[in-house]
Write a protein that binds this ligand. Structure first.
Ligand code: ZN
Ligand code: ZN
Length: 335
C-alpha cells in the first residue's frame, strides 16, 4: 500500500485523502513547516504542528483554517493515524508520520540533525518508508560544528567594530536569522535588523526562544556612532540595495550552506561566507535515514540521484520522488 504518492497538486495520501505540503491549492493540507516552498496560501484547511502556528499565521494570514497537534499527538482520519515529530529545521518544523493497516511512512519535510536551541531537536521516527529531503545530498557537504561558525561570526564582527565598520550579515529572514541571533555573542555590540526579520523574531520570542534585543536598522540615524559597532542582519534580497547606503563603510557576509562552494561566495561578491545550514549535511542525511530503520526511501529536493544511488548500494529500496520543493530557505539566488 502506497501511503504517499506524487500528484500534480503535491504529495498525496490516498487512504487519508489529504496532501502534504501541496504546491497547488487543495482541500486538506498537512504542512511540515512555514518556508514558502512548503506552506502556500489557498488551501481550505491546514493541519500543522502546534509550535509552528504563530509563524504559519504570520506568513499565510491570521485567518487561515488551521488545526494544530502537539508533537507526538495522534489524529485519526479515514483510518490513517497521523502525528507530527520534530524535524529540527526551524521553529515548528515537523516530520509527518502516517500509519495505516500496520504500515508506517514518514515524510521528513526539511530537517537538520544538529540541535540549535531555536526549535525542538530532530527525532528519528522508525518507519517502513522514509521520504527524505536531500538539499545537500552530496558527499562534499559536511558542516563544521555550529559553535565554530558562530565563533567565526563573532570574530569578524569584533574585528569590524574595532575598526569602526558596520558588519552586515545576509541570512534568510525566517529560521537562519533567528538561529544566528540565538548563537552569537550579543555583548560585542548593538544588533540591528532589517524590517523583514523583526516580525519573525517576535514570533520566536513568543515561542520562548531566547533572541537578544534587536533594533530596527531604520530607526538609527546615519550619523549615530552606534552603527559602526553594529551587527546588521538582513535578508539576501537586501544585498546591493540602496537600503545599505545608510551604513557607510561596512563589511558584508553571507550565511548559508552554499557558502561551502567558493564560487558561490565569489558570485555573491561578499567579503565573507559563513557555512551555516538549516538542512542536514551528507553524514546527517545518512545517519537520519539509518535511524528510521526504513527499507524504502524516497528522495526529494536537490541532489536526488547521488543519494539514491548511494542508498541502493547500501541495499535499500531507494528512488527519487518528483516534487516542486525548492530550497527557498537556503536557495542560491543570483547575485
Ligand atoms: Zn525549509
Ligand atoms: Zn524545503
Amino acid at each position: 500500500m502506497e501511503l504517499v504518492i506524487a500528484r500534480p497538486e503535491g504529495l498525496y495520501c490516498p487512504p487519508g485523502d489529504f496532501y502534504i505540503d501541496p504546491w497547488r491549492p487543495v482541500e486538506r493540507a498537512v504542512i511540515t513547516h512555514a518556508h514558502g516552498d512548503h506552506a502556500r496560501t489557498g488551501n481550505q484547511r491546514y493541519l500543522a504542528a502546534a509550535p509552528g502556528e504563530g509563524i504559519l499565521r504570520s506568513r499565510l494570514g491570521q485567518d487561515i483554517n488551521l488545526q494544530t497537534l502537539a508533537y507526538g499527538e495522534r489524529l485519526d482520519h479515514h483510518g490513517v493515524t497521523l502525528s507530527f515529530h520534530p524535524a529540527g529545521h526551524v521553529l515548528g518544523s515537523a516530520q509527518v508520520r502516517l500509519e495505516y493497516e500496520g504500515e508506517v511512512w514518514v515524510a521528513s519535510g526539511d530537517y537538520k540533525v544538529e540541535a540549535d536551541g531555536t526549535c525542538t531537536p530532530f527525532e528519528p521516527v522508525p518507519c517502513h518508508c522514509f521520504i527524505t529531503e536531500s538539499t545537500f545530498g552530496l558527499p562534499i557537504y559536511r558542516w563544521q560544528p555550529q559553535a565554530q561558525i558562530f565563533a567565526g561570526i563573532d570574530d569578524w564582527w569584533r574585528a569590524n567594530a574595532a575598526a569602526g565598520r558596520a558588519s552586515v550579515l545576509f541570512a534568510y529572514s525566517f529560521g537562519k536569522a533567528q538561529r544566528i541571533l540565538h548563537g552569537i555573542d550579543e555583548s560585542i555590540g548593538p544588533i540591528l535588523v532589517h524590517g523583514a526579520v523583526e516580525p519573525l523574531n517576535a514570533v520566536y520570542r513568543e515561542g520562548g526562544v531566547r533572541i537578544p534585543q534587536t533594533l530596527y536598522a531604520g530607526d538609527i540615524a546615519k550619523t549615530d556612532p552606534l552603527l559602526r559597532q553594529a551587527l546588521i542582519i538582513a535578508p539576501p534580497s537586501a544585498a546591493g540595495s540602496t537600503w545599505l547606503r545608510r551604513f557607510g563603510e561596512y563589511s558584508d557576509a553571507f550565511a548559508s550552506g552554499w557558502m561551502l562552494l567558493r564560487g558561490t561566495r565569489r558570485r555573491r561578491g561578499v567579503d565573507r561566507g559563513f557555512v551555516l545550514s538549516d538542512h542536514a549535511d551528507w553524514p546527517g542525511l545518512l545517519w537520519a535515514i539509518e535511524q528510521t530503520g526504513a527499507e524504502r526511501v524516497m528522495v526529494t529536493h536537490g541532489q536526488v540521484n547521488v543519494l539514491v544511488r548511494h542508498l541502493r548500494e547500501l541495499g535499500l529500496d531507494a528512488r527519487g520522488f518528483k516534487t516542486e520543493y525548492g530550497d527557498e530557505d537556503e536557495a542560491e539566488p543570483a547575485a
